[in-house]
Design a protein around this ligand. Structure first.
Ligand code: PLP
Length: 387
């Protein structure tokens, strides 16, 4: 029986052994609470401070600009709701985003709208790039915050975040980017790129699920989401997760150090898979193709098939893929991202996202390139019979 193939790295990644080793002492003798004044506390505080400065270095940030969070979803919510709730007091009442954002952003924007914000949606083109005209029109001096993701999690589109942030600043608008899929793939440098807020998440780069960080540029006003103690200078009350912060710092450093070589490897593998599939299924459609695209995502629809049958057939053949974001898999509902870029509903309903990463090998690509077309052909025949 051949070994199973994991092509769902955009959903989550395996925890790296180096990360487990770095975290382990904090589940044992180094269990202290960083707020305690005794030696256990001081030791935990030192580990937390060091983790914060290591993550900061990976993002070109100052140490005090890193706020550890429980996940990317929390970072997105904190950025958008925190900025909105502060700026509304100054009369800025609009929240601007795009229709291809992760639900963590769209949900936070929706909450802001319930609290009285005016929700503005940027147009995107067929490849998922934000339309500059629409950006110029909607990001005005009455906006509280604008949030545009760096790399899309379903189709991989890369936005020109430095340019968008620059334009937003010219209008005095706070700019947030969800960099959950960009971290480890794109060079992020807060000392040179003018975003104000940036979200990252540990489990996409080899740390465990349950840790992330929000970069908060010095001087960016942000109302806390949580209320309570004085941890993290009151920005995020709650006893800090020292072990996971240490693990995240370790994973972040490895991902940053390996970024260029790993991206080159993933582009080669992704392109080989895409070329092989397109050669064997000429009417297949690769979403987001032709524009700037992150190296790890391949989202493909075969006309006449449906995502659910394809994912089940792939799973039976030992291949783990997804239809889009993990929150939607399990119940394969139509993708709001594909709808936003204008993909016809029947084609969107056939989308399969394969996302490559640390576990992906040349052999995986050869095997998937061989079996995917046969499964697609069978799915087409079956749906033809049903029609
Ligand atoms: N933003 C993007 C682009 C993502 O891909 C994800 C997770 O899939 C998130 C936010 C949410 O991150 P987390 O799972 O850490 O809450």
């Amino acid at each position: 029986m051949p070994s199973p193939i994991y092509l769902d790295h955009a959903a989550t990644t395996p925890v790296r052994p180096e990360v487990v080793a770095a975290m382990t002492p904090f589940f044992g003798p180094r269990f202290g609470n960083p707020s305690s004044i005794h030696r256990w506390g001081r030791e935990a505080r030192a580990a937390l401070d060091e983790a914060r400065s290591r993550v900061a270095r990976c993002l070109g940030a100052h140490t005090d600009e890193i706020c550890f969070t429980s996940c990317g979803t929390e970072g997105d919510n904190f950025a958008i709701l925190g900025a909105w709730r502060t700026a509304r007091q100054r009369g800025r009442r609009a929240v601007v985003t795009s229709g291809i954002e992760h639900k963590a952003v769209l949900g936070a924007v929706h909450q802001a709208a319930l609290e009285g914000a005016e929700e503005r949606m940027l147009s995107v083109d067929a490849r998922g790039s934000v339309d500059r005209g629409s950006f110029g029109e909607l990001v005005r001096d009455d906006a509280a915050i604008c949030s545009v993701m760096w790399v899309n999690n379903e189709i991989g589109t890369i936005q020109d975040i430095p340019e968008l942030a620059h334009t937003a600043h010219a209008r005095g608008v706070t700019f947030h980017t969800d960099a959950v899929q960009a971290f480890g793939k794109i060079a992020i440098d807060a000392s040179r790129q003018p975003f104000d807020l940036l979200t990252v998440s540990g489990h996409k780069v080899g740390a465990p699920k349950g840790i992330g960080a929000l970069y908060i540029r010095r001087g960016t006003p942000l109302e806390p989401l949580l209320h309570g103690g004085a941890q993290d200078a009151g920005r995020r009350p709650g006893t800090e997760n020292v072990a996971f912060a240490v693990g995240f710092a370790c994973a972040a450093e490895l991902a940053t150090a390996e970024r260029d070589a790993e991206c080159a490897r993933l582009v080669r593998l992704r392109d080989a898979l895409e070329t092989a599939l397109m050669a064997r299924i000429p009417d297949a459609v690769v979403h987001g193709r032709g524009g700037p695209r992150a190296p790890h995502i391949l989202n493909i629809s075969v006309p006449g098939t449906d995502s659910e049958s394809m994912l089940m057939a792939l799973d039976l053949a030992g291949v783990a893929a997804s239809s889009g974001s993990a929150c939607q898999s399990g119940s394969v509902s139509p993708s709001h991202v594909l709808a936003a870029i204008g993909v016809a509903p029947d084609l969107a309903a056939a989308a399969v996202r394969m996302s490559l990463g640390a576990l992906t090998t040349d052999d995986d690509v050869v095997r998937v390139a061989a079996l995917f077309p046969a499964l697609a052909e069978k799915a087409r025949r079956l749906s033809g019979t049903r029609a």
